[in-house]
Design a protein around this ligand. Structure first.
Ligand SMILES: *[C@@H]1O[C@H](CO)[C@@H](O)[C@H](O)[C@H]1NC(C)=O
Ligand SMILES: *[C@@H]1O[C@H](CO)[C@@H](O)[C@H](O)[C@H]1NC(C)=O
Ligand SMILES: *[C@@H]1O[C@H](CO)[C@@H](O)[C@H](O)[C@H]1NC(C)=O
Length: 559
């Protein structure tokens, strides 16, 4: 399958994958030009799996995570939104949503649990409506569960193409206004009662980018949002995102981290030796990849597997562990390529290659791994430059609605940042020092030439995000939940840089031990089957939401 596909991240995610069986990178363009970007990788993988599983469950009815046929149980609905909330234009679009009414008990104070779909098709969030956090909270409270798709994603597309000008209504302010308008006006099909806010208590949930949105909604629309839960909510936007890799370095198996740090030092050194540089790239099957930045960027792709971990083996990736294991392979193992190697110096563990290049065993293994898992995916007849190069501007010019990678890319270029770069020199790195903000940010210029009505700023205006609270964002009935080893934790109120807070019912502040990215969003139909730390966070969430609801007063009864 060689086609652009839309799948995205939360956080932060965006573009997706065109290769069967692979992940950790994005691909786009009719010629199969690829961008290997971690950003895409991250949540992407998880979403691919979830989507696949959801499709499976629909066809087989067997999957334990899903109802026999959730597609039939959760048909899509549309709510009419103005394209521009801040002008008097007449252009509208349908914002897609799904509801779970399994547990709804009509009453004066029945809650609505709404999950913000974030930067992906809302369809990818349906498992959370079925067995995940929405189902869990709706069941506990007798409320209605909702998944609300984000404007421009999935089928909630208000424009005819994704040019710079057409994307100008894709921003935090407009999408927050969508949610507010929805909460205040929606009439749920099949439900006679008026469940709008503020007449009923709405609990706004989001994970990752949507987690930041949940926190922002509580700040921006306190009269509509009764309670909010920001899970892995990236309320701190930043131009640089080197801390992402640093979390992985510190949390991974120490042997694996040491192997990576060692490999990166070696590779960075060899790349600056002109007569060895090509020999090194050749070892990775990437002799013809012109720019060293593209080369080392591709090498960083497997780090995307870390974020793809989920506690539930049915949806989580084991790619990171497989990558680590591949680096440790004994010399002469299955990937050993006869003829490529002259010898092996057991004492120094250096592999002697033709052309005067000797590489540590771990670098040799790294090369075999990249060749086998990534380079091999580049279709026959397509050069590695076409597959993995990022310097050809023409590869970024498709502005049709199928170029969905442009959406999150636009959001990071305008407001969120998070460009991946190597850490400062004094901190060890598992990715090349050649990965810089400028390298990652150049896509913004390539993909979004100035329009007539909108110009993407030279660097994203992260102030637009951080002004809403940043690390310090706080409100009564705003819960902050993060994962201990989430690579996005440095951008949440649980960052090492952020102040410690007390964890209270009114302002929950919780870390899931060993948790990666929004682990609480996933759930099993039977909570008791969940691992203890997940069951525990779910019970705590049920507890604080129930406590919040006890304090609810209908505006009708207030003086
Ligand atoms: C929209 O129309 C109202 C009433 O005519 C006017 O008060 C308001 O300023 C207009 N808003 C914008 C953004 O044009
Ligand atoms: C994009 O859509 C707008 C509005 O419909 C239209 O005016 C413009 O010509 C389109 N541009 C391209 C490149 O398709
Ligand atoms: C960035 O966003 C903030 C908050 O929305 C705004 O006040 C500021 O003017 C923006 N800066 C630039 C350079 O546009």
């Amino acid at each position: 399958m060689w086609r652009p596909a839309l799948l995205t991240i939360a956080s932060l995610a965006s573009v997706s994958v065109a290769f069967p069986g692979s992940n950790s990178f994005r691909a786009f363009g009719p010629q199969g030009i690829n961008l290997w970007k971690l950003k895409a990788a991250r949540e992407q993988r998880t979403q691919d799996i979830l989507t696949a599983q959801y499709a499976d469950s629909q066809s087989s009815g067997q999957h334990p995570l899903s109802a026999p046929n959730p597609g039939a149980e959760f048909p899509e609905h549309y709510f009419t939104q103005p394209l521009d909330h801040f002008s008097n234009g007449s252009h509208t679009f349908g914002q897609r949503y799904w509801i779970n009414t399994r547990h709804y008990q009509p009453s004066e104070d029945a809650p609505v649990i709404v999950l913000d779909g974030g930067e992906t098709s809302g369809e990818n969030r349906i498992p959370f409506l079925d067995t995940g956090i929405v189902e869990i909270l709706a069941k506990a409270t007798g409320g209605v569960g909702v998944v609300l798709e984000h404007r421009y994603y999935g089928r909630s597309v208000p424009v005819e193409n994704f040019t710079t000008d057409s994307l100008r209504w894709l921003n935090n302010e407009q999408s927050a206004a969508d949610s507010a308008h929805f909460m205040a006006n929606v009439k749920f099909p099949g439900i006679d009662e008026d469940l709008t806010a503020p007449n009923h208590p709405w609990i706004y949930y989001g994970g990752s980018y949507a987690g930041a949105r949940a926190a922002h909604m509580k700040i921006l629309y306190p009269d509509l949002v009764y309670g909010a839960i920001a899970s892995s909510g990236v309320t701190h936007a930043d131009i640089e995102n080197w801390r992402y890799m640093d979390i992985i370095r510190r949390a991974a198996d120490p042997e694996c981290s040491a192997n990576l740090v060692h490999s990166v030092e070696f590779i960075d050194t060899v790349l600056s030796v002109p007569h060895l540089r090509i020999a090194l790239k050749q070892l990775f099957g990437l002799k013809d990849l012109e720019y060293d930045e593209d080369f080392v960027s591709l090498l960083s792709s497997p780090m995307g597997y870390w974020q793809a971990k989920v506690w539930d083996p049915a949806v989580g990736s084991t790619g990171f562990e497989e990558f680590c294991a591949a680096l440790e392979k004994p010399f002469g193992g299955a990937d050993f390529v006869e003829g490529e190697v002259i010898g092996y110096n057991i004492q120094s563990q250096m592999i002697v290659l033709p052309g005067g290049l000797n590489v540590p065993k771990v670098v040799y293994n790294y090369a075999q791994y990249i060749k086998e898992n990534f380079v091999s995916q580049c279709p026959e007849g397509t050069s590695v430059e076409e597959c993995f190069g990022t310097y050809d501007d023409s590869a970024y010019q498709d502005t049709s609605l199928s170029a969905t990678w442009r959406l999150w890319q636009f959001q990071i270029c305008t407001q969120w940042g998070y460009f991946f770069n190597a850490p400062p020199p004094e901190i060890p790195s598992i990715v090349s020092r050649r990965l810089t903000v400028d390298y990652d940010a150049k896509t913004c210029k390539q993909a979004f030439p100035p329009g007539k009505h909108f110009i993407v700023p030279p660097m994203p205006n992260v102030t637009a995000v951080n002004i809403l609270g940043d690390y310090y964002i706080a409100a009564d009935r705003l819960a902050i939940i993060d994962g201990e080893v989430d690579p996005w934790r440095p951008d949440t109120p649980h960052a090492d840089e952020a102040p410690l807070r007390a964890d209270t019912i009114l302002r929950p502040f919780k870390v899931i031990p060993g948790g990666v990215h929004h682990y609480d969003e996933y759930g099993l139909r039977d909570l008791w089957e969940e691992p203890p730390e997940i069951e525990n966070i779910h019970l705590e969430m049920i507890e604080f939401v129930e406590e919040w609801l006890l304090d609810w007063q209908s505006p009708k009864w207030k003086d």
